[in-house]
Write a protein that binds this ligand. Structure first.
Ligand code: PMP
Length: 450
């Protein structure tokens, strides 16, 4: 490894970081991570902390997970790459599709379309949704609905359905025909409604209103995260997603569950859709499917949707979409090993127990730190605290305050993530009760220093 001074001096000179202004990396050099094991990461100065971010919501099994590393190494020897474009396939993607079919059977999803990440999965589902309607002779259904505060990656399709101006404005004009519904965000919403169940009903009424306004026959699909993630970990009332699914079904609109974060146990259930008892038409996955060790994803497709493509006699079902790395055999091998470990460790149990411990601990911190306006969680290991400068007015805390909390928490033993006014926590699902205490005491130190 190059020495620390070389790395620090050269980072900002030659790299533009995602989600960062180039000048910001110059003025606030990033922490350079050089090693990791278990649930801990180590920086170039040798400082080691619990990774309460879990990579980027994706290192569910921790950094040491040897079976995934071994599977990657073995696959690089056996078949490092071959495409699955028309005319060829490989053994690992076939094996993986069988495992995914079993895993997603309770969600009614039986086919896989492989991708190389979350944004690719979203783009795939948006496109296939339009194609589904065209095959059925319903070519007018081209629009998309989504939630404000939603995050669906950064391709133009995903950016168009994103519900956060930060990921849209600089890149406009985006795809026409994308319309956004208010999110069931109890802490702040346009209805000033503080009861989650009533708020869910108001948001569902807004959805019905938008469908009537646009005309149901113009809408291809609604995309949503079962729990809003990057938007600040916003779990809806349990009635919300089933309500969306029912409205979509009634109006012939396909439902795309964006489970890039929530699939594979993060919520304490195997999928976010299952948490709410919903059967979507498409489910987008990526991230934890390989424990982050290989860029990979899959869109899972419902049986009824699959049949429309497979039984087509109009010639409109050829899928003119796909990526060079769709079905990468090394990614598929990583996913096979990862899913086997995920099931062997039954990670949902620990995710649920440690998630409750973390959420309760954050509520205890809220009682002592007036900086915390809202604490959200309660569904596995997806938690957030929203910082405010004044609880009465809910004025968001300054960026500098959030940076201070993060920096002190890091010095005190835990990497946490800042997203807007939120501190977001999504640690590996295999962390221990003692690791949770480390995160909470690091947060306590961070909040005390702010
Ligand atoms: N959808 C959701 C819900 C996500 O959280 C993310 C990434 N955080 C994406 C899509 C995009 O995934 P990727 O960054 O792998 O393209």
């Amino acid at each position: 490894m190059k020495d620390a001074n070389f790395l620090k001096a050269n980072n900002a000179r030659s790299i533009w970081h995602p989600m960062t202004a180039p000048s910001d990396s110059l003025n606030n050099p990033p922490t350079i991570i050089t090693g990791a094991s278990g649930v801990r990461i180590r920086d170039v100065d040798g400082h080691e902390v619990v990774d309460a971010v879990g990579g980027l919501w994706n290192v569910n099994l921790g950094y040491s997970c040897q079976p995934v590393k071994d599977a990657i190494a073995a696959q690089l020897d056996a078949l490092p790459y071959y495409s699955i474009f028309r005319g060829t396939s490989n053994d690992k993607v076939i094996e993986l599709a069988e495992v995914l079919r079993d895993f997603f059977a309770p969600d009614g999803l039986t086919r896989a379309f492989y991708t190389s990440g979350g944004s690719d999965s979203v783009e795939t589902a948006l496109r296939l949704a339009r194609q589904y309607h065209k095959i059925r002779g319903d070519a007018g259904r081209v629009k998309y609905l989504s939630l404000k505060k939603g995050y669906h990656g950064t391709h133009f399709g995903g950016a168009s359905v994103n519900g956060n101006a930060n990921f849209r404005t600089a890149y406009e004009p985006l795809l026409p025909g994308c319309h956004h519904i208010p999110a069931p965000y109890t802490y702040r919403n346009p209805f000033n409604e503080t009861d989650p169940e009533r708020l869910a009903q108001l948001c569902l009424a807004a959805l019905e209103d938008e469908i009537a306004f646009q005309g149901a026959g113009t809408i291809a699909a609604m995309i949503m995260e079962p729990i809003l993630g990057a938007g600040g970990v916003i779990p809806p009332h349990p009635s919300f997603m089933p309500g969306v699914a029912a409205i979509c079904r009634k109006n012939g609109i396909l439902l795309i569950a964006d489970e890039v974060i929530t699939a594979f146990g993060r919520t304490g259930a195997w999928t976010g859709s299952r948490l709410w008892g919903v059967k979507p038409d498409f489910t987008c996955t990526a991230k934890a499917i390989t424990n982050a060790f290989f860029p990979f994803g899959a869109v899972m497709i419902a049986e009824a949707v699959a049949e429309v493509f497979e039984k087509d006699e109009t010639g409109k079902a050829a899928i003119g979409h796909g990526y060079t790395y769709s079905g990468h055999p090394v990614g598929a091998a990583a996913a096979l090993a990862c899913l086997a470990e995920t099931k062997r460790l039954n990670v949902i149990e620990n995710a649920a127990a440690r998630g409750t411990q973390l959420h309760e601990g954050m509520k205890a911190l809220q009682a002592r730190h007036s900086l915390i306006g809202d604490v959200r969680g309660g569904h596995g290991l997806m938690c957030a605290m929203e910082l405010v400068s004044d609880r009465a007015t809910k004025k968001p805390a300054d960026k500098a305050v959030l940076a201070r909390v993060q920096e002190t928490a890091y010095r005190s033993g835990a990497m946490v993530r800042v997203s807007g006014p939120n501190i977001i926590l999504s640690p590996p699902l295999v962390l221990t009760a003692a690791d949770v205490e480390v995160i909470l005491s690091a947060l306590d130190a961070g909040l005390s220093a702010a």
